[in-house]
Design a protein around this ligand. Structure first.
Ligand code: ZN
Length: 291
């Protein structure tokens, strides 16, 4: 073979290898098994939403039920590009806690889905990963409230409960960081379908970026504050995407949820977002729900 032919053959091999590598899906792990929400209903929806991006294959690690022996629950976080938590319940064995800390310190990706921010009120590192959380006895000792006031994030240390919400209702979500990869290209204000508007979340609130907020109207038994709905947190070398929305499967059909969840998970996995904003993404006036 001539040098030119060898060069062309090698180029073809390199091109094919690159194409194959690019097409290789990433690995996502959803953790569930205990929750004060219907995890059996939401996990299949989250799995489908990630798979339909074409970017992920998805495994599920289901813990033993509440009160049962956890010693054989050993999710292999390190084998995944991103871990999605749909879990709140019994403490994990110390070994599993440490495995999550090590995974994040080494540059892992973590997604905190709705009530996963209720989990582990006493686990210091977990609370640093999620920035703010609710319930489980959280109060001013857990850290400040994280609110948006006068164009900026405010950490409010006044005493009070951690976590609360009024009745479900449709609400607008306002983007506060339009240049972040997750929010870039979204309308500045968009409507979410009827959901719990998580309020009074509090925690260490370190290394957190508030991407979007929602106004928690006191007339709807809310806090009267602009509360964080979408957040990113850096922990060690790792990336966390925290979404406070998505109470049940019906809320996970809201395009506001779908798009931010898919893009947030891609960002947690890679630090980038390639998933486009869909044509049916809602504006400020009405939610869009997919059948
Ligand atoms: Zn809920």
């Amino acid at each position: 073979m001539s040098n030119r032919r060898i060069f062309l053959a090698l180029s073809l091999i390199v091109f094919c290898a690159t194409a194959l590598t690019a097409a290789e899906p990433m690995k996502a792990l959803i953790v569930d098994g205990q929750n004060n929400h219907k995890w059996q209903e939401t996990t299949p929806v989250l799995k489908r939403l990630l798979e339909e991006t074409g970017l992920f294959t998805v495994d599920v690690a289901t813990s033993p039920a509440e009160g049962e022996d956890m010693s054989r629950f050993k999710p292999d976080f390190a084998a995944y590009d991103v871990v999605v938590s749909n879990y709140t319940g019994d403490s994990w064995p110390e070994e599993i806690n440490q495995a999550l800390i090590d995974y994040m310190n080494a540059g892992g990706g973590l997604v905190i889905f709705h009530a996963a921010n209720n989990a582990f009120p006493k686990w210091k590192e977990y609370n640093e990963m999620i920035a703010v959380g609710g319930w489980g006895g959280r109060n001013e000792e857990s850290g400040p409230y994280l609110r948006w006031r006068d164009g900026k994030v405010v950490r409010d240390r006044i005493p009070g409960k951690g976590g609360g919400h009024g009745p479900q209702h449709e609400f607008q979500i306002t983007v506060r960081e339009p240049n972040h990869p997750i929010t870039k290209g979204l309308p500045p204000v968009f409507m979410h379908s009827a959901d719990e508007l998580y309020s009074w979340l509090r925690g260490p609130a370190k290394n957190v970026t508030v991407l979007a907020t929602a106004f928690s109207d006191a007339e709807k038994k809310g806090s009267g504050e602009h509360e964080p709905m979408l957040m990113t947190i850096s922990y060690g070398k790792g990336r966390v995407f925290h979404t406070a929305i998505g109470h049940a499967a019906v809320q996970c059909a809201s395009v506001a949820f779908i798009t931010t969840f898919q893009r947030g998970t891609e960002w947690a996995a890679t630090g980038k977002v390639t998933i486009p904003v869909p044509d049916d993404f809602p504006g400020p006036d009405a939610p869009v729900v997919r059948e």
